[in-house]
Design a protein around this ligand. Structure first.
Ligand code: PEP
Ligand code: MG
Length: 324
């Protein structure tokens, strides 16, 4: 499939009306990294660090992690890699951690909640990331931030880790960018100050959609019931993008929908300029964006909203078919 899109690999994802959308790739294993060149991605918008924990039968050591993260940065050859700290719990269970018997794991003790309540592993991971950067730029984001205070507390852990490295005489990252994943609707309504303080926001559409519609992403009975191109959901996304723009907070979208051509076009029409997706989706998404007039798609969405349509899928699909 990548061959098919080879001719546009070096070209930007620029729409017909002149907007450039930056396409990043999602990764989680060393084996994903070669795709960075092959796919034409501008960087790694989401590096899911839990995979390194999930493929082992015991907790990885700090030195092992630092080595892996360093290799990831090496193979990115200076392109930005956004490392997401451990996102466990819910659908991602570590075999060597006592299972939590929770009635609703998706709403339970997971991701940054674990990281803040039992900070041992988070601290070890932050230290590994700082060591791996070894003077290079470092970008880290925290998963599942539901309120400002959680971001502040997580960022304080990072600051403490930096301070410790400084004391120990280790080289600090050249630049340090610390962001939050927006995966719960609550964070979309966080105080203005949050948007000012956070380094960047990455919308985790998989979780955000599950919580927006209260529909379990793992439950076949309900997971397809609500459309990502539902007008309410797109309006919510648009609101988040507008808030980020008003504080000049960089914002990207890294859920699976970013890699679906129709969805990607609509997300761009809602104002997103950074999309992160699996490597194989970069070609198809770029190809459709290059054939799209974003202002026209925007108009279709606004009209659908005014008509009271539930979803814009049919209208946008028809438009894209028409334009070839
Ligand atoms: C998301 O929720 O959209 C996301 C990117 O994170 P994950 O799929 O790993 O939960
Ligand atoms: Mg998520």
């Amino acid at each position: 499939a990548q061959k098919r899109y080879a001719s546009i690999r070096e070209k930007p994802a620029e729409t017909l009306d002149g907007t450039t959308i930056h396409l990043q790739m999602n990764a989680g294993l060393m084996a994903d990294l070669p795709s960075l060149e092959g796919s034409g991605a501008e960087g790694v918008g989401l590096f899911r660090t839990e995979l390194q924990f999930l493929i082992r039968n015991q907790m990885p050591k700090r030195t092992e992690l630092a080595e892996i993260y360093s290799k990831v940065m090496d193979s990115a050859k200076g392109k930005r890699v956004v490392f997401r700290t451990l996102d466990i719990g819910s659908d991602k269970v570590l075999p060597y951690m006592a299972p939590q018997d929770e009635p609703n794991p998706a709403l339970g003790w997971r991701a940054i909640r674990v990281g803040l309540d039992k900070p041992g592993v988070l601290r070890m991971q932050l230290q590994a990331l700082l060591r791996a950067a070894n003077g290079r730029p470092l970008t880290v984001m925290f998963p599942f931030i539901a309120q400002f205070e959680e971001f502040r507390a997580a960022k304080a852990e990072m600051e403490k880790a930096v301070e410790r490295e400084r004391r120990l005489g280790h080289i600090l990252p050249d630049t340090l960018d610390v962001g939050a994943m927006l995966e719960t609707p609550s964070l979309g309504f966080a105080p203005q100050k949050f948007f000012e303080e956070v380094g960047f926001i990455s919308i985790g559409g998989n979780d955000l959609k599950q919580f927006f519609f209260a529909a379990d992403r793992e439950n076949e009975r309900v997971r397809r019931r609500y459309d990502t191109l539902n007008v309410s959901f797109l309006t919510f996304i648009e609101g988040i993008v507008n808030r980020c723009n008003s504080t000049k907070t960089p914002v990207s979208f890294c859920g699976e929908d970013a890699g679906r051509p129709l969805e990607a076009v609509c997300l761009a029409a809602m104002g997103l300029r950074n999309l992160s997706m699996r490597p194989a989706s970069i070609g198809p998404v770029k190809s459709i964006l290059r054939r799209t007039n974003l202002a026209e798609v925007r108009k279709i969405i606004v009209d659908a909203r005014e008509r009271g349509d539930q979803s814009v899928r049919a209208a946008v699909k028809a438009y894209l078919k028409e334009t070839g």
